[in-house]
Design a protein around this ligand. Structure first.
Ligand code: F6R
Length: 611
């Protein structure tokens, strides 16, 4: 996730660019930059800096680029770490074209090789830089025609603004799977990733759809579809306040981030499944069968929600790749003399990449000779830098303290890793691999479908939200999801919540189940389904109120529960990606019912950098 802005009009562009980027910093903040066309010198001046926007402002202090057309960017790194050179805007060899981009150009490596062969010189490690070089290649005096040629060459997700020195009154922008709006002013027009950037200047906007191309001048906006046919758009009048706009109209960042999961998961999968679904592609690893077969054991180490993702990761790697996995809490691992050698692979999982316990555990594993790998959401974070290898989740910045989209994208990476290792070890039949990866492709759409069904969950939150205790039950993968559901509920609603492996309840905890206690019971794992039903009957017999979670098509669970929440059908290995969603929503709406501060729960911080 990054933020992009553009301005063309009769005022100084830099003023709006900086102001707009300030409002988009929630989309990314590891570097920022602007490019402004100066008519007098007939040149595009680019200023960019690693760090927050304040660093860029410091850098250009007193020497603001002059000109009435410009573009800007605040970055959340994906391809290429945070650095001055990797910051946007990116330019071509001549400096005549500048581009800002939010998203991922999936085929950039092939394009980059082709461009280098043709003599282009690249300055950054980003996927984005292919765009200005392609524009340079195709430009023959017609800016729009050249942009269309560029768009025909690229695959992936993007919102882009193109600027050309030879066309000093025109910006061209487009989008695919990333947001883009145009703000309509008087003698000036604005482009931005999101409404907060422009709301102080205008409330009249065009919301751009996938595949649309907009040619934006100071007095006109001309929009066409992929085929170049004109589109008549309705002006969308924004009636939210600026703060609501930053949350995309959602009341809280947590809810916004819950709803961002289809995109976060799609981005994290992007380019990582072979076109024919036969294999996982993890270009960042380049492992061989020999390398994978050298692992005698895998350790997964993390804290909190990331630890819960690690538990699912163990299930995936053991089930698919048949390599033994141990999962540990980071703050425990380093003090218990773990048995590790150079045949161990240690995987640390951390959204922020800065959690001190996880970082210390990673250093300890390294010291003991382990191979190391990080799964993190923050490019260039301490953990990303410390690990030998990194696989990124591409969830974009997570602002709410309670982790949601980080968890589902971590599950995606763990699944991809299990399948990747299985591919190298030959432990999964080709037909099964195809079936799994085909179903994995459907997950983003199934997440959207699941998130549409919130009304029953709101009702449960209102009905049971004032109970003091809630229990979560499940077996196998359902148990791991239950752990995450219970953590979400306790951290934001302050209800005492506990998750149990359903079969373990009778070994003590059943004593706590009394009349009216809500029990959330997940029952999606076929191999242990009957056993789970027996455990549900045990709590029902003690007069608990049972809310079941099942896959559509389940015709049994409702007989033994008070309510059932259904999620779409998929493979039982993938279903945690869906069953966790109602539990996130239940935690959210329960916290609302109880009047809790959802985004900033008491005593907690987003990034835990103390032991
Ligand atoms: C819970 C939550 C925390 C984090 C934990 C690890 O919602 O957010 O439990 O998962 O503090 O943080 P990272 O993943 O940044 O290492």
């Amino acid at each position: 996730m990054c933020g992009i802005v553009g301005y063309v009009g009769d005022k100084q562009a830099a003023r709006f660019l900086i102001e707009g980027l300030t409002k988009l910093e929630y989309r990314g903040y590891d570097s920022a930059g602007i490019a402004v066309y100066n008519g007098e010198s007939d040149a595009i001046r680019v200023e960019k800096s690693v760090g927050r926007l304040a660093e860029l402002e410091k850098k250009i202090d007193g020497n603001v680029p002059v000109g009435c057309m410009g573009i800007g960017h605040t970055r959340w790194a994906t391809h290429g770490g945070p650095s001055d050179l990797n910051s946007h805007p990116h330019t071509d060899c001549t400096g005549d074209f500048a581009v800002v981009h939010n998203g991922i150009i999936e085929n950039y490596l092939a394009l980059k090789e082709e461009l280098i062969e043709a003599g282009h010189v690249f300055k950054s490690e980003t996927d984005t830089e292919v765009l200005p070089h392609l524009l340079e290649t195709y430009y023959e005096g017609d800016f729009e025609a050249a942009v269309r040629k560029v768009l025909r060459r690229i695959e992936g997700s993007y919102s882009i603004v193109f600027m050309s020195k030879a066309d000093p009154d025109t910006l061209i922008c487009t989008k695919q799977d990333n947001p883009l709006v145009i703000g309509l002013g008087e003698g000036e027009n604005f482009i931005a990733s999101d409404i907060p950037a422009i709301i102080a200047r205008t409330r009249r906007t065009y919301i751009i759809n996938d595949g649309e191309v907009a040619v934006v001048k100071k007095d006109s906006v001309w929009i066409t579809n992929r085929r170049g046919e004109p589109i008549t758009k309705k002006v969308f009048e924004v009636n939210w306040n600026a703060e609501a706009a930053e949350k995309g109209g959602y009341e809280h960042f947590m809810l916004k981030e819950i709803h961002e999961q289809p995109k976060a998961v799609r981005d994290t999968l992007s380019g990582r499944i072979a076109k024919d679904d036969s294999a996982v592609i993890l270009d960042e690893l380049k492992w061989t069968a020999e390398y994978v077969n050298s692992f005698s054991k895998v350790f997964i180490i993390a804290c909190g929600t990331a630890y819960h993702a690690g538990l699912v990761g163990k299930y995936y790697i053991e089930n698919l790749a048949r390599v033994p996995v141990e999962v540990d809490i980071a703050s425990e691992f380093r003090y218990r003399k773990p048995i590790i050698d150079d045949n161990t692979l240690t995987i640390v999982v951390s959204q922020s990449g800065e959690t001190i316990d996880t970082l210390a555990a990673l250093k300890e594993a390294k010291r003991l000779g382990s191979k190391t790998m990080a799964v993190t959401n923050v490019v260039g974070s301490s953990i990303a830098r410390e690990a030998d290898q990194v696989v990124y989740t591409w969830a974009g910045p997570e602002i709410a303290v309670a982790s949601t989209k980080a968890y589902t994208t971590q599950l995606i990476v763990m699944f991809l890793l299990g399948a990747y290792m299985a591919g190298l070890r030959g432990t999964v039949e080709d037909s099964r691999m195809k079936e799994l990866l085909g179903k994995l492709r459907n997950i983003p759409a199934q997440i959207s479908e699941t998130l549409e069904d919130v009304d029953p969950i709101k009702a449960f939150a209102q009905q049971y939200g004032y109970n003091d205790d809630v229990f979560f039950l499940g077996r196998a993968l359902d148990y791991h999801v239950a752990l995450e559901g219970s953590l979400k509920l306790k951290e934001i609603s302050y209800i005492h919540a506990e998750a149990y492996a359903a079969g373990e309840l009778k070994h003590g905890t059943l004593a706590l189940i009394t009349r009216g206690i809500p029990v959330v019971a997940l029952a999606t794992q076929r191999g242990v389904y009957e056993k789970t039903l027996s455990n549900i009957k045990e709590v029902k017999a003690r007069d608990a109120v049972v809310i079941g979670v099942a896959a559509k098509g389940d015709t049994e669970l409702h007989k033994y529960t008070d309510h059932v929440i259904f999620v779409p059908e998929t493979d039982e290995l993938l279903i945690p990606l869906l069953t966790v969603l109602p539990l996130q929503l239940l935690a959210y709406y329960t916290a609302l019912t109880r009047g809790c501060d959802v985004d900033k729960p008491r005593n907690l911080a987003k990034s835990v950098t103390v032991e």
